[in-house]
Design a protein around this ligand. Structure first.
Ligand code: BGC
Length: 547
């Protein structure tokens, strides 16, 4: 069967970018759309094929733009709608797709819909755009997600003289999806962005759309029914566009967001992420193989989105209490690094700035079934700043060069959207794109090679995965295969050199050809194949048919 171009997200390498922190074209200290547009050639050269933009709509910015006050415009800080369209055209001209945010669960309390709702009398349809109660004790089984900041999912509104429901910050009232005008308004927003040419929408906080007494108010059947409605609309009007579910849930629940291929095209695999870090620390593959064993098969048209780090904390909601304590102990020694149920740190510092570990975990991410999502700055190993509030320590300006303001902006340094990383180990004067572009051995150039290799082998995005016994728990090995394209991936998770004895009996006689160097290895003649991997080493081999 031929691969369908409508499944573009399966072959994609996604790059997550905070526009405000990427490149400032107007010297006001804020990254903007024109700045991002000017860096498209860098992104194309890096090899990524899709860009996911963090929120760009007008917002009071009390939750980094996830508190929207106008769904159809662009925040003046980052530009104009016309500049967004110019950016889209320029990205498309370079063959890159663009994914934006659909923050549909909640709005800012400054959104005109909320102003209208709080001033409307009870029983008036305007009031019903949000979820109100006379007492703050409904839905007691719903957990508080931002538990460092909020004690309850209810907040009092003096004007409405009633409590309103919010799953996140109290300034983010939840929309009432039982109210048909809300559903119509969201469709209108979807049409707006797709009509402009956006290729995909990330559905923020999708499990929480509906509330029902006696439930956790997550993953309710009503939410899935709504998603089927939304998807039917997309299929009818916007074929080829993609919906990506942000559902921080266990694999079985997260997989439900694919429906039977009639809900979202993609969903983040949240539980895999902390297990990759666990596998690294424990120096064994089991955390990864176990979670994959608990991951159901998904419809043929669907795809997991895999990530190591993003703009949020490294969330530990989808691990046991014991594993959370372990990960906190190992990766968040400084209590300042803990945030809600997670760790607010970047990739390089999490891995002790150890190049081998960064390569190992990135290669794993790029090998497992799904589409990898890279967080801006991690391709050069940027550091973090734990002194900044909320999750801002992982949202600092992109480090382009050793010039003033790291080449990010021409504003006065004090006016930058967030301070630059000045920790000597990750200082912007050293850790930046310009320096790394010049050095053939840099992390940036290595990441480029990794992306290029992945893109050459469709089995990574589309293939089956067969685990391979490697003769030691310290290693992880598997074969990815799609339409004649076959790659053996082998990882030594331990800090010591290890001999692996790989059971390649299903591929007896195949000739492994190492992908980075093209070197042919001895054939797997008798089924067991020996390979020695250095400390935290990995290899990818094309398995070629014997000549
Ligand atoms: C986003 C967060 C945001 C939250 C509330 C999340 O899923 O990724 O950054 O704080 O939604 O909007």
């Amino acid at each position: 069967m031929k691969d369908s171009p409508a499944d573009w997200y399966k072959d994609a390498v996604i790059y997550e970018v905070r526009v405000r922190s990427f490149c400032d074209s107007s010297a006001n200290g804020f990254g903007d759309l024109r700045g991002l547009t000017s860096k498209l050639d860098y992104l194309k050269d890096l090899g990524v094929t899709a860009l996911w933009l963090l929120p760009i709509c007008p917002s009071p910015m009390r939750d980094d733009g996830y508190d929207i006050s106008d769904y159809k415009d662009v925040h003046a800080e980052v530009g104009t709608l016309e500049e967004f369209e110019a950016f889209l055209t320029a990205a498309h001209e370079r063959g890159m797709r663009v994914i934006t945010e659909l923050v549909l669960n909640h709005t800012s309390d400054r959104h005109p819909w909320f102003h209208r709702a709080r001033s409307a009398p009870q029983g008036h349809p305007d009031r019903d755009w949000y979820v109100w109660s006379e007492r703050p004790d409904r839905y007691p089984a719903a957990r508080v997600i931002f538990n460092d900041f909020e004690e309850s999912n209810w907040a009092w509104d003096d004007e409405a003289k009633a409590w309103y429901w919010h799953r996140f910050y109290s300034h983010q009232p939840d929309l009432n999806f039982d109210h048909p005008p809300v559903r119509a308004a969201v469709l209108d927003v979807v049409d707006h962005w797709f009509a402009l040419g956006v290729d995909g929408l990330r559905l923020d906080a999708i499990p929480y759309l509906f509330e029902r007494e006696g439930t956790s108010c997550e993953n309710l059947p009503e939410t899935h029914a709504y998603l089927k409605e939304l998807r039917a609309h997309i299929d009818a009007h916007w074929p080829g566009r993609m919906l990506l579910a942000e559902a921080n849930q266990w694999p079985v629940e997260a997989a439900r967001y694919f429906g039977t291929g009639d809900e979202c095209h993609m969903a983040f695999h949240f539980p895999l992420m902390p297990r990759l870090f666990m596998a690294m620390r424990r120096e064994e593959g089991r955390p990864v193989t176990e979670i994959l064993a608990h991951t159901p098969d998904i419809p043929a048209s669907c795809q997991w989105a895999l990530f190591l780090r993003n703009h949020d904390e490294l969330t530990l909601e989808m691990v046991t209490d014991e594993d959370r304590d372990y990960l906190w102990r190992e990766y968040a020694k400084d209590p300042q690094a803990r945030h809600n149920l997670g760790i607010r740190r970047r990739l390089a510092p999490l891995l002790n700035n150890d190049r081998r570990r960064m390569e190992l975990i990135s290669a794993l991410l790029f090998s497992l079934p799904g589409t990898p999502v890279l967080y801006y700055g991690d391709e050069i190993g940027m550091g973090e700043d734990l002194r900044l509030g909320d999750r801002n320590g992982v949202r600092t300006p992109m480090q382009w060069s050793p010039a003033a303001n790291a080449g990010f902006s021409n504003a006065e340094p004090a006016r930058l959207v967030l301070p630059l990383i000045e920790d000597p180990e990750y200082h912007w004067r050293t850790v930046n794109v310009e320096n790394q572009a010049k050095n053939e051995s840099s992390l940036l150039n290595w990441t480029k090679r990794l992306i290029a290799l992945r893109r050459r082998h469709p089995c990574f995005g589309r293939g089956s995965m067969a685990l391979v016994d490697a003769g030691t728990d310290h290693a992880l090995a598997f074969v990815r295969e799609h339409a004649g394209d076959r790659v053996l991936c082998a990882f030594n998770l331990s800090r010591f050199t290890r001999p692996l004895s790989l059971d390649l009996s299903p591929w007896r006689g195949a000739v492994p050809v190492e992908l980075f160097g093209g070197v042919r290895f001895p054939a797997a003649a008798d089924g067991r194949w020996s390979l020695t991997l250095g400390p935290r080493g990995f290899c990818w081999f094309a398995l070629e048919a014997p000549r």
